[in-house]
Design a protein around this ligand. Structure first.
Ligand SMILES: Nc1ncnc2c1ncn2[C@@H]1O[C@H](COP(=O)(O)OP(=O)(O)OP(=O)(O)O)[C@@H](O)[C@H]1O
Length: 222
C-alpha cells in the first residue's frame, strides 16, 4: 500500500503541491492528470524518491520514504526524458541496466520484457530506433527489477496506438495479477479513462475533474 499524507512541495516561493493526501492499494492503476505545470511530474519524482517534499510523509508497504536505499529496490520509474545508451544495442542496454538492478535476470527474460513492450529490435543500436521504440525500451528497463510500485511519466508519448493499447493491457494485468501499484501521467484522456482504476486531479482547474466525472471515473480526493 502507498500512503501519502499532507504532502506539500514549494520551489522557492512557488507552491506547487499543497497538502495532498491519498492511499493506493496493491493492484490499482492510478492516473495523474492536470494542466501543464500543475505538478504531476513533481509528485511522481517525490514518489520516486528523486525529490524531497517540503512537508508531509510517505510510505510504501509501511516503509518510510526516509529509507531511500531499500525503497528504491521496490520502485520503478519511467521519466519523461528518455535515458538510454544510444551507441549500444537494445540487448546491451538491457544487460547494462540488469547489472545495476537488484534482481538477476537471464537474457531470455530480458528479451521477453522487450517483447512484452512490443519491441523486437534486440540486436539494433538504440540510436537506430524511433522515439516510440526508445520509450518502449525505457518501460522495459523500469520493469527489470520487478518493482512493487511503478511510476510512469507520460510513457506512451510517440508510441503508436496499437502498441499503446497492448502496453496498457500488459500494465493492467501486471497490477491485477501481481498486485503492483502503478501511477501514471498522461495528457491522453482516452488512455487514462480506459486504463486507470482511479484518478488524481492535480491543480486548481476543475476541467479534468468535470471531464472524468462525466465519463463516470472514480476520482481520488486529494
Ligand atoms: N526544479 C524546479 N525548480 C523550480 N521550479 C520547478 C522545478 N521543477 C518544476 N518546477 C515548477 O513546478 C511547477 C510544476 O512542474 P511539473 O513539471 O511538476 O508540472 P507537470 O504537471 O508535470 O507539467 P507538464 O504537464 O507540463 O509535464 C511548474 O510551474 C514548474 O515550472
Amino acid at each position: 500500500m502507498l500512503k501519502v499524507h499532507n504532502l506539500s512541495k514549494n520551489y522557492g516561493a512557488r507552491k506547487v503541491l499543497r497538502d495532498i493526501s491519498f492511499i493506493v492499494n496493491p493492484g490499482e492503476v492510478i492516473g495523474l492528470v492536470g494542466e501543464n505545470g500543475a505538478g504531476k511530474s513533481t509528485l511522481l519524482q517525490i514518489l520516486a524518491t528523486l525529490q524531497k517534499p517540503t512537508n508531509g510523509s510517505l510510505s510504501l508497504y509501511e516503509r518510510n520514504f526516509e529509507d531511500k536505499k531499500n525503497l528504491r529496490k521496490q520502485i520503478g520509474f519511467v521519466p519523461q526524458e528518455i535515458a538510454l545508451w544510444d551507441e549500444f544495442t537494445v540487448e546491451e542496454n538491457m544487460v547494462f541496466f540488469e547489472k545495476l538492478a537488484w534482481t538477476n535476470r537471464t537474457k531470455t527474460q530480458l528479451k521477453q520484457l522487450c517483447l512484452d513492450m512490443k519491441l523486437d529490435r534486440w540486436k539494433d543500436p538504440v540510436k537506430s530506433l524511433s522515439g516510440g521504440m526508445k520509450r518502449k525500451l525505457n518501460i522495459a528497463i523500469s520493469l527489470i527489477h520487478d518493482p512493487d510500485l511503478l511510476l510512469l511519466d507520460e510513457p506512451t508519448v510517440g508510441i503508436d496506438l496499437k502498441s499503446r493499447k497492448e502496453i496498457g493491457n500488459y500494465l493492467k494485468r501486471l497490477a491485477m495479477d501481481e498486485g503492483k501499484i502503478i501511477v501514471y501521467t498522461s495528457h491522453d484522456m482516452d488512455e487514462i479513462i480506459s486504463l486507470c482504476d482511479r484518478i488524481i486531479c492535480i491543480g486548481e482547474d476543475p476541467f479534468y475533474k468535470n471531464l472524468l466525472e462525466e465519463a463516470g471515473k472514480s476520482i481520488i480526493p486529494v
